[in-house]
Design a protein around this ligand. Structure first.
Ligand code: ADP
Ligand code: MG
Ligand code: MG
Length: 876
């Protein structure tokens, strides 16, 4: 197996499609070199195959020979040799996995320098300052990345050198002192490792490559992959590339850029650069960068060449790209490109704009696939509900959305506070990959340093977390921070706006976002694709919820949980009276009151959903949920403080107490036990429907029976509907469907019989999951599930992503068997999985008619349905 490929290797397919082999960085370096013929420093890629082999069995045999051959070729091309005392070749060793993992794995620059070649570099460039600066950077980087020595040790020495020479910036330290600093760095390495700093470039390279391979399984890389759902088996590639020097002189520089604005999607010049600096200076945010547009004043020719390259990259990748570039003594070099990360709003705007871009000609289907559920989620992110904002300080708005929370200064403290249920804003000078867990635990991130491509900014944008970076008025003291004379202490509340970059003391009120216009258009395309295949309904229990659902584009209600009407403050006493009733007359009286209340509730919902189907589920939970907590009553009893009412409640609570309520008297079983209850609900519903119809509306009601286990049981329940219809003398024109939830495995298996009665099935995948696994969700999800996931005993939490093997098989069987009896049977999903994109893909495959989810997830589900259909080959 070949492990090493030069950037200009003649692959049989376009290298940009070989990310699994070359990693993202390597694939795009090869694409820029061999297809686009852009100015890229020569180099080669060690494939992910080599990394996997290394992880499994150690350094692969044959790899050294391949690397030596590739190095010899590189030396030949560059006309320089590694370690050459006269004019040494220097290289970077860069990691790059299939999926970009920002800042997750490190890069070593200036490799090949040693005590001899540094003199060669100094002589060759006639610039000893530059040579020693490069060497000391190399030692510090190598020591940190390969040898695991804390970088703060080196920072300390660097600060001391600055102080000694009385200068403020790294760039002003004189050559002599840099030479001395190199000595101090080497001494530190020798002290920490017990060995002198490696002088042989081949040994240096081998060390760097192994460090990159090894970092794949470092804790922060693993944590990142878990968050992003990236396969742990993929491994990373390693790129070895000839160095170019942006820190050569003032006619040099380095920068990053985006072909469009990754925050808004607008066209324009967007990025940062630094004169006389090396790449990592920009990303690390250690120096204040200049906006990319300023490049035109410093290097007009380079600027125009770069803009030209931006245009070519966009046309080639048919998407927004980001790039890293370096200018060495006036010559432009491209060091990296990739399809760039973006905010949800930018993703949406760009995708829609590119459908009418004559060069890119994105199809609407492609545009749909470019928006991720996370992007939509972000767009629906909260904003401040006020414009009266007293600004404490302003930084760069690096990741949009507003956030409020308590200030924590370290990631560990942030995590601890989050675990205690606090809302956290992580406040740091800058972030590094070591802060990933703290960032995850925070509602928002605030840093005092760094630009729009700093670690904090890139990671926050990827996760859709609001972030303000580079708020440089923020000064860190021992254990607290200061802005002017305002002190910020741990636990203080602040509000940040990641769109405008403002920071405010205290809590500002939040409100839902105003999504951009393009969203409506895109979702319209989505609905056009989905039409005739699958629609999206909402789970809504009240008129106002139904309104939200309709506003978000729900095509009906897939689940109305009538128990929520029972739990309302003014209803609960009536429900309790019904349960506690001593005589049939008392019970009837209570039921009558409930009927009138429910009728109003139903009417409100039907009105909002006029013309669309509304599925009403009859009462589902066990009755004891409507009674007070038995423990509390027992305590009162032992204190002898029970009121007369309490005594009755305690009696009832004892009567209805169950050993296992999930498997007890609930759902249709309750209806069988207390027939008056369900009949009352059906009557209230049908009356509401008739009211609406009489006033010119067009109600479509679907009466749904929960927790059915057999045809006989469902037929028994059906009689209540028939009875109510007859009793009300409902006219034939009233559109009423009768159906059932499929929540028990038995119902799924006997679907052909149940379909003789049911005109629709709604898969209640929450309970179906509980009953298929025998998992009581409340009991296992907290303690057990994390361990099962960590041990790999489950691929994912089956309450989040529908179990594609067991539960989906039951859905599939029920769908087939139901249709065999009743080909027109309507099939839907009303479990939480109905709003989960991955689960939706499974439901699309089975050909269900609708999914139903919470109102706020409706847009995401609409997108996910269309995306699944497009992936299955559907088009507009
Ligand atoms: P990351 O994936 O963290 O961005 P990179 O491998 O891209 O890491 O490298 C980090 C920095 O070093 C980037 O700014 C990049 O431009 C710079 N760099 C990498 N290789 C070279 C090189 N051969 N010459 C000059 N700069 C380089
Ligand atoms: Mg990079
Ligand atoms: Mg259920």
């Amino acid at each position: 197996m070949q492990f090493v490929f030069s950037f200009d290797y003649p692959h049989e397919v376009a290298p940009m499609n070989l990310k699994h082999l070359l990693g993202g960085k390597g694939a795009n370096l090869a694409e820029m070199t061999s297809v686009l013929k852009l100015p890229v420093p020569h180099g080669f890629t060690i494939s992910t195959d080599a990394c996997r082999a290394y992880i499994d069995d150690g350094w692969p045999s044959g790899l050294t020979i391949e690397i030596d051959r590739a190095l010899a070729e590189l030396e030949e091309l560059m006309g320089k040799h590694l370690g050459d005392p006269g004019d040494p070749l220097l290289v970077s060793v860069r990691s790059g996995a299939q999926f970009s993992m920002p800042g997750m794995m490190d890069t070593v620059l200036n490799l090949g320098l040693n005590d001899v070649s540094v003199e060669g570099l100094a002589a060759q460039t006639n610039d000893p300052r530059f040579a020693y600066d490069s060497y000391r950077r190399f030692i510090a980087m190598y020591a940190r990345i390969v040898q695991g020595i804390e970088s703060s040790e080196f920072d300390r020495l660097l600060d001391a050198a600055k102080e000694l020479s009385g200068v403020n910036s790294d760039g002003e330290i004189p050559a002599e002192l840099l030479r001395y600093l190199v000595g101090a760095y080497k001494e530190l390495v020798a002290q920490e490792t017990g060995h002198p700093f490696p002088q042989d470039p081949k040994v240096q390279i081998r060390g760097a490559i192994e460090a990159v391979f090894g970092s794949w399984n470092g804790p922060r890389a693993i944590a990142y992959r878990e968050r992003e759902g990236i396969d742990h088996r993929l491994g990373t590639a390693v790129n070895v590339q000839a160095m170019v020097f942006g820190n050569r002189d003032d006619n040099s520089g380095t920068g990053v850029g985006f072909t469009r604005d990754p925050a808004t999607g607008e066209q324009g010049v967007y990025g940062d650069f630094l004169v006389n600096a090396q790449g990592e200076d920009v990303v690390a945010g250690v120096r204040i960068t200049e906006p990319l547009a300023e490049l035109e004043t410093h290097f007009p020719e380079v600027f125009h060449q770069l803009m030209d390259i931006f245009e070519r990259l966009e046309l080639h990748y048919r998407d927004m790209c980001d790039v890293e570039f370096t200018v060495e003594q006036g010559k432009l070099w491209m060091l990296q490109t990739r399809v760039g990360k973006r905010t949800g709003i930018a993703a949406l705007r760009m995708a829609v704009a590119m459908t009418s871009d004559p060069g890119i000609k994105l199809s609407r289907e492609e545009a749909l696939l470019r928006i991720s559920p996370d992007h939509l989620d972000q767009m629906l992110h909260p904003q401040f509900a006020t414009t009266k904002i007293e600004v404490l300080t302003t930084g760069l708005g690096a990741s949009p959305g507003a956030a409020v929370g308590k200030v924590y200064f370290t990631s560990n403290d942030a995590v601890r506070a989050h675990e205690q249920g606090e809302e956290v804003i992580l406040v740091r000078k800058e972030t590094s990959p070591d802060d990933v867990h703290g960032m995850l635990a925070s509602n928002g991130i605030l840093t005092s340093r760094g630009g729009l491509v700093s670690h904090a900014a890139v990671v926050a944008r990827g996760w859709g977390k609001p972030a303000v970076v580079g708020a440089d008025e923020l000064v860190f003291e021992n254990g607290f921070a200061k802005i002017g004379d305002v002190e910020l202490h741990e636990g203080d509340e602040i509000s940040i706006d990641g769109s405008t970059g403002t920071v405010t003391l205290g809590r500002l009120p939040l409100e839902a976002a105003e999504p951009p216009q393009e969203l409506e258009l895109l979702l319209q395309w989505a609905d056009e694709i989905s039409s005739g295949h699958m629609s999206v309904r909402a789970n809504a229990d009240s008129g106002p919820d139904a309104e939200v659902a309709r506003r978000f584009g729900a095509k009906g209600i897939g689940l109305c949980r009538t128990e929520h009407m029972f739990l309302a403050e003014d209803r609960l006493p009536i429900v309790r009276r019904m349960i506690l009733a001593d005589s049939p007359a008392d019970e009837e009286q209570a039921l009558e009151e409930l009927r009138l209340a429910q009728r109003e509730d139903f009417l409100a919902i039907l009105r909002v959903m006029d013309g669309l189907p509304v599925t009403i589920r009859l009462l589902d939970p066990p009755l004891h949920e409507f009674l007070p907590d038995i423990e509390a009553l027992l305590i009162k009893e032992s204190n002898q403080t029970l009121s007369e009412e309490d005594e009755k409640l305690l009696e009832a609570a004892k009567t209805w107490r169950e050993f296992n309520p999930m498997l007890g008297v609930r759902g249709v079983r309750l209806g069988v036990l207390k027939p008056g209850l369900y009949t009352m609900q059906v009557r209230a519903l049908l009356e509401a429907a008739m009211d609406l119809k009489r006033s010119g509306g067009e109600p479509h009601v679907e009466v749904m029976i929960p927790l059915t286990i057999s045809k006989a049981e469902l037929a028994y329940a059906h009689a209540w509907v028939e009875e109510a219809l007859a009793e009300l003398g409902a006219d034939d024109g009233l559109d009423v469907l009768f159906g059932t939830m499929i929540e028990t495995p038995r119902a799924a298996l006997l679907a052909m019989e149940i379909a003789e009665i049911a005109e629709f099935f709604s898969f209640g995948t929450n309970d179906l999951t509980q009953l298929t696994y025998g998992f009581s969700r409340d009991d296992v999800e907290g303690k057990l599930m994390p361990i099962y996931l960590a041990q790999g005993l489950l691929p994912s939490n089956p309450f989040k992503v529908v179990d594609a093997e067991g539960v989906i098989e039951l859905v599939n069987i029920a769908a087939k068997r139901g249709r065999s009896t009743r080909p027109t049977i309507k099939l839907g999903v009303c479990g939480e999985h109905g709003g989960d994109p991955e689960s939706i893909a499974s439901f699309v495959k089975i050909g269900l008619d609708y999914v139903s989810c919470s109102p706020y997830r409706v847009p995401i589900a609409r997108l996910a349905v269309a995306q699944s259909l497009v992936r299955e080959g559907a088009s507009l």
